[in-house]
Design a protein around this ligand. Structure first.
Ligand code: PBG
Length: 329
């Protein structure tokens, strides 16, 4: 007798069949590993980040060594965050030619010319008050901050960065960065804009990692309200208009609806940032034996790709490659 119902299990019977019909494949090409490079008298220093097991602040030499190992395992791209020795009101180490990120970019590109080096462009790791812009009267100033962000992006490009990624959420920063890059001979350097970045509790562990906790208040006057999806489309459209080459949604897993909205609306490349809290939750539950951490990581990353991300920033990148849990390409 002919069965009249849908037999979905036919295509799931063996791994060979499942693999043949798999719609989404995660590989090393999809992933970017974030690193925290610390300005320290001992360039070999490795300072483990308590809230992010497996991640550390790395001195310059330690970074080179770690990236070297990652490259051997198939690492293609990194994004850098700097922790300077000295912070000040204007975040001047963010745009210093000899700043720690600028040094790290030069060294990485010298040692690994085909590694794609992305830099996070922001002031919060460099300001004494921990905010992403200049402060006047207790408020983060938008327009006066743009010039400093543009200078930071230019200093990264001069050091050899392949891509700059502004994460500050000031209005108009993509245009300001595009303009200075074009004027100074870097019209070929792309901008990935953290266009849709929420004021998220999931950044908790990062604040320890980057030593960037705001000294007063919070970031809700510049990062987006967690309840808003339509507003994300306006932010995305504005950044494309200003010249962004690719957009980012951040955090990733709790905002897959927003990522899908962007995928449907825009044809530009999309990235998503699986942030520190997403990482630490999986690590913590894994440590307790409550779930399988690497399987959970792969499931999360696959979901983020399935929702529409072309590129995912993830602290799991090198671990998954080194353990050969995902193919290199
Ligand atoms: C800098 C920046 C932050 C993150 C990336 N760039 C911190 C913040 O906005 O508070 C968070 C990344 C993470 O949590 O992994 N503005």
């Amino acid at each position: 007798m002919e069965s009249r119902f849908h037999r979905g299990r036919r295509l799931r019977r063996t791994e060979a069949l499942r693999s043949l019909f798999r719609e989404t494949r995660l590989t090393g090409n999809d992933l970017v590993q974030p690193y925290f490079v610390v300005e320290h008298e001992n360039p070999d220093v490795v300072k483990p980040i308590g809230a992010m097991p497996g991640q550390s602040q790395l001195g310059l030499s330690a970074l080179l060594e770690t990236v070297g190992r990652g490259k051997t395992a198939g690492l293609k791209s990194v994004i850098l965050f700097g922790i300077p020795k000295e912070k000040d009101e204007r975040g001047s180490q963010a745009y210093a030619e000899e700043g720690i990120v600028q040094q790290a970019v030069r060294e990485l590109k010298e040692n690994f010319p085909d590694l794609v080096v992305i830099t996070d462009v922001c002031l919060c790791e460099y300001t004494s008050h921990g905010h992403c812009g200049l402060i006047r009267g207790g408020e983060v100033q938008n327009d006066p901050t743009l010039e400093l962000l543009a200078r930071a992006a230019l200093s990264h490009a001069r050091a050899g960065a392949d891509i700059v990624a502004p994460s500050d959420m000031m209005d108009g920063r993509v245009a300001a960065i595009r303009q200075i890059l074009d004027k100074d001979g870097y019209s070929h350097i792309p901008i990935i804009s953290y266009a849709v970045k929420y004021a998220s509790a999931f950044y908790g562990p990062f604040r320890e990692a980057a030593e960037s906790t705001p000294a007063f208040g919070d970031r809700r006057s510049y990062q987006m309200d967690i309840a808003n999806a339509r507003e994300g489309l306006r932010e995305a459209a504005a950044d494309l208009e200003e010249g962004a080459d690719a957009l980012m949604v951040k955090p990733a897993l709790p905002y897959l609806d927003v990522l899908r909205d962007l995928r449907e609306r825009f044809d530009c490349p999309l990235s998503a940032y699986q942030v520190s809290g997403e990482y630490s939750m999986i690590k913590a539950a894994g440590k307790e034996g409550w779930l399988d951490p690497t399987a959970t990581a792969i499931e999360s990353l696959t979901a983020i790709k399935r929702a529409g991300a072309d590129l995912i920033l993830s602290y799991f990148t090198t671990e998954l490659l080194e353990k050969e849990l995902i193919p290199r390409s």
